[in-house]
Structures are given as C-alpha cells and as structure tokens.
Ligand binder design. Structure first.
Ligand code: HEC
Length: 128
C-alpha cells in the first residue's frame, strides 16, 4: 500500500467537514452541544462513556459498537430521528440530533472533535 492509499480517504473525509472555531476542550460548538445533549438525554441508558448504560449494554461508540450497521452518518441520524431517545424520540429537534450524532462520531473517531457535521454531506461519511 502506498502512503497515498491511506492519505486519500482521510483527505476526502476532511473535505466533507467544515472546520469550525474550536471551543472548550477543542470541541466544535456543534460537538460541545452534542456532548451536553448526550449527558442529558442519552447517558441514562447508554452511560456517560457510551458503554455502561443501565438499559443498553452494547457500546454506542468505539470497540464492539454496532453503529457500523447504519453505514453512514446519515444512517445513524435517521435511526436516532426515529428511535432515540427511546423514551420519547420527539424530545430533540433535528438540529439537536445532528449534534448528538456528531458527538457520537467524534467519540468513535469517524470525525475530528473540532469538526462540524454538515447534514447535506452526511451520506458520504462512512462509519467504520
Ligand atoms: C430509555 C433508555 C434510552 C435512552 C434515554 C436512549 N436510548 Fe438509545 N437505545 C436504547 C435501547 C433499549 C436500544 C436498543 C433498541 C433496539 O434494539 O430496538 C437503543 C439503541 C440505540 C442505538 C443503536 C445501537 C445499536 O447497537 O443498535 C443508538 C445509536 C442509540 N440508541 C443512541 C441513543 C441516543 C443518541 C440517545 C439520546 C438522544 C439515546 N439513544 C437515548 C435505550 C435508550
């Protein structure tokens, strides 16, 4: 494998994400908002660290996660839009759900923590 084969997908991925002003802890405003919303609406069942929830034992980011089945950032968003938070999916707006999706994907290493996820390009961001 040439270095380009490794570099090219990374560059392509980078172009899909607008670099935003990094806020606290190097998080973009969107991901900082996602972190806050996750703590308030998701951690109860999925755990602060995404893997020690009371209601759901499979981690939702990192090793052993099953979120790859949603294929892309858009797929993950669609699932969340319909299903999460499990107790009442209508609690959060679409914009808030994009923020939570960005937070999950930053934790999973799919996007950088200072990135802003653009919903119109989310179908191109593959979850590996
Ligand atoms: C009341 C408990 C509860 C809350 C709150 C909750 N979830 Fe869930 N979550 C679940 C359960 C139960 C499942 C499994 C549902 C199923 O398989 O049908 C699940 C599944 C998921 C999955 C799919 C993971 C997989 O491996 O299949 C994701 C992603 C997810 N939740 C994200 C979120 C996000 C983001 C929030 C907050 C906006 C949230 N959840 C809030 C209980 C909860």
């Amino acid at each position: 494998m040439t270095p380009w084969m490794i570099l090219a997908p990374a560059l392509a991925g980078g172009l899909l994400l607008a670099a935003g002003a990094a806020g606290q802890g190097g998080l973009s405003p969107q991901i900082a908002e996602g972190q806050r919303l996750y703590a308030e609406h998701c951690a109860l069942c999925h755990g602060e660290d995404g893997r020690r929830g009371a209601g759901f034992q499979t981690p939702i980011w990192g090793e052993r996660t099953q979120i790859r089945k949603f294929n892309t950032a858009f797929g993950l968003f669609e699932y969340n839009q319909m299903m999460m938070p499990f107790d009442d999916p209508s609690k959060l707006s679409d914009e808030q759900k994009w923020a939570v999706v960005a937070y999950i994907l930053a934790n999973h290493g799919t996007i950088p923590r200072d990135a802003t996820l653009d919903p119109t390009r989310a179908g191109e961001i593959v979850i590996r």
